[in-house]
Ligand binder design. Structure first.
Ligand code: HEM
Length: 103
C-alpha cells in the first residue's frame, strides 16, 4: 500500500520520464552514464523496482521485454544520421574476410 486513495475508473498517467530523472533517486540524473546500471545493487528494468520502469510494471507490463533485451544492442549499433534510403546501416560496418576451409 502506497497510501493513496484512487477512485474507481480514474485514469492515471504515470510520469515515467520524471521518475527516471528524479534527483532524490538518481545521482546526476540528466547525465548519460550507462555504466551506472553496472554498479552493485543495480535496479532491475523489468518492473520490480519502481525507480526505473521503462516497460511499465504489473499485469500490463510490456510483454516484449525478452525480445527487446536481445535486439536493443543491435539498434544502438545503427547509424542514425539522416540519409536517403529505406534501411539503416551499422555505424561501424562489419568487415568479414573469407578464408578457405582446411580439413
Ligand atoms: C524499447 C522498446 C520498448 C519499450 C520501452 C516498451 C515499453 C512498454 C510500456 C511502458 C508498456 C506499457 C506497460 C504498462 O501499461 O504498464 C508497453 C506495453 C506493451 N508493449 Fe512494449 N515496449 C517496447 C517494445 C515493444 C515491442 C517490440 C513490442 C512488440 C513486439 C511491444 C509490445 C507491447 C504490448 C503488446 C504492450 C501492451 C501490453 C498490455 O497492455 O497488456 N513492446 N510497452
Amino acid at each position: 500500500m502506497l497510501g493513496y486513495h484512487i477512485r474507481k475508473e480514474t485514469q492515471i498517467l504515470v510520469n515515467v520520464w520524471a521518475i527516471g530523472r528524479d534527483p532524490k533517486i538518481w545521482e546526476t540524473p540528466l547525465e548519460s552514464r550507462p555504466e551506472r546500471f553496472l554498479e552493485p545493487n543495480i535496479v532491475d528494468y523489468k518492473g520490480h523496482h519502481f525507480e526505473f520502469i521503462p516497460f511499465g510494471s504489473g499485469r500490463r507490463t510490456c510483454p516484449a521485454i525478452p525480445l527487446v533485451s536481445r535486439v536493443l544492442t543491435m539498434a544502438l549499433e545503427m547509424d542514425m544520421s539522416e540519409q536517403m534510403g529505406t534501411t539503416l546501416k551499422k555505424a561501424i560496418p562489419l568487415k568479414a574476410t573469407a578464408t578457405p576451409h582446411k580439413g
